[in-house]
Design a protein around this ligand. Structure first.
Ligand SMILES: C[S@@+](CC[C@H](N)C(=O)[O-])C[C@H]1O[C@@H](n2cnc3c(N)ncnc32)[C@H](O)[C@@H]1O
Length: 359
């Protein structure tokens, strides 16, 4: 992640092109990792930075903070965001700012966090569900009028061509062939018929090869139609409820002739815009769309359409998309994608439904 130039440049630009958000402010870095975002916040003029990290990497963050001469500003706290208590006691409350009664009675327990910065994005934005922890931090600690870095996020879906589907189908057939030989050999040499497990083996391998979302860094020329937004979020107001289930109906116009709809591809972008009350002077975007220069470590997620229908310029794909958290592991996602091909001639093909697992 530290070598992902697109990611690093975006966060660096967002902080240093908007020093008014940091100068003299109290910043909370949710999931500080190496501490890089906390260190930048301090270098941009923050008065105090709380850098919270769940794992032992917190030790390395402390070392880097010291080595970079910002130990008087950055305080690394090891613990999960949901459990820790910030040491800073504010002088104002949420109702009045400053609240003279609270400060006089020395009773106010509201904490003054002006900026929450975090790199919480997972594959296709929401895998790993780390944004839950950022929402928790925001609701507990962010001042009214505070800003989120990043401030907005979007999820995209687009039709693509790709050889990945054929390759995965080949791998699946090889796996099934191997299994059939294994069943024959086990019967011949050991006298046990394993065939009763063929259905389960097939289902498991079909899921692995054909129904699991595939990481890929696509070239923009693999896009065969217009992308559409399936989810937009304001990080200042988004709720866990809102991201638990993403549902969308989109139409994707095809703009290439005589090709196949091998898959739909998903990616995200985030923006650093500050807030309405306190906007960025310079907006910054972090985009993970297909990029001829190589893209990001997030790449894109490819959802195979098997079989891949033939499509032509002027056709359009109506997609009904839903993504929910997996019941077995809330950090993983299950998707239901139903698509309907509308040909330019006016003919509508029957809807095809597929399940995809983002694991
Ligand atoms: C994607 S890394 C980002 C690290 C660093 N901020 C950066 O930009 O390079 C996310 C970090 O957040 C930490 N993390 C995830 N959930 C957390 C939570 N609830 N509380 C504290 N840390 C968390 C992980 O251990 C990991 O180090």
């Amino acid at each position: 992640m530290l070598c992902d130039r697109v990611r690093m440049d975006a966060y660096h630009s967002a902080v240093f092109r908007n020093p008014h958000h940091f100068r003299g402010k109290v910043v909370l870095d949710v999931g500080t990792g190496s501490g890089i975002l906390a260190i930048w916040s301090a270098q941009a003029g923050a008065r105090k930075v709380y850098a919270v990290e769940a794992t032992n990497v917190a030790e390395h963050a402390r070392e880097l903070v010291r080595a970079n001469g910002v130990a008087d500003i950055v305080e690394v706290i090891q613990g999960t965001m949901e459990d820790i208590v910030l040491p800073e006691k504010g002088e104002s409350c949420r109702f009045l700012n400053p609240c003279y009664i609270c400060s006089f009675l020395n009773r106010c327990q509201t904490f003054e966090i002006d900026v929450i910065i975090s790199e919480w994005m997972g594959y296709y934005l929401l895998r790993e569900s780390m944004f839950d922890s950022v929402i928790c931090a925001r609701d507990r600690w962010l001042n009214p009028g505070g800003v989120m870095y990043p401030s907005h996020a979007r999820m995209w879906l687009a039709p693509i061509r790709s050889g990945l589907g054929d390759k995965k189908m080949e791998d699946f057939e090889i796996a099934m062939n191997d299994w059939n030989h294994f069943v024959e050999d086990t019967q011949a040499y050991y006298g046990v018929n394993m065939n009763a497990l063929t259905k389960a083996y097939r289902a498991e391998h079909e899921k692995f090869y054909l129904k699991s979302s595939i990481w890929n860094n696509l070239h923009p020329n693999q896009l065969i139609g217009q992308p559409a937004v399936v989810k937009e979020m304001d990080c200042l107001t988004a709720t866990v409820e809102e991201i638990r289930e993403v549902r969308a109906q989109v139409t994707l116009p095809i703009n290439q002739d005589r090709t196949r709809l091998a898959a739909l591809a998903g990616w995200f972008d985030v923006h650093f815009r500050g807030s309405k009350q306190n906007p960025a002077v310079e907006e910054v975007e972090l985009n993970t769309a297909p990029d001829e220069n190589g893209g990001t470590h997030w790449g894109q997620q490819v959802f195979l359409m098997t079989p891949a229908p033939r499509v032509n310029e002027g056709d359009s794909i109506n997609v009904s998309f839903s993504m929910v958290r997996s019941k077995e592991n809330h950090r993983l996602m299950d998707m239901d994608i139903t698509y309907e091909l509308h040909e330019a001639s006016g003919r509508k093909l029957p809807a095809v439904a597929t399940k995809i697992f983002l694991e």
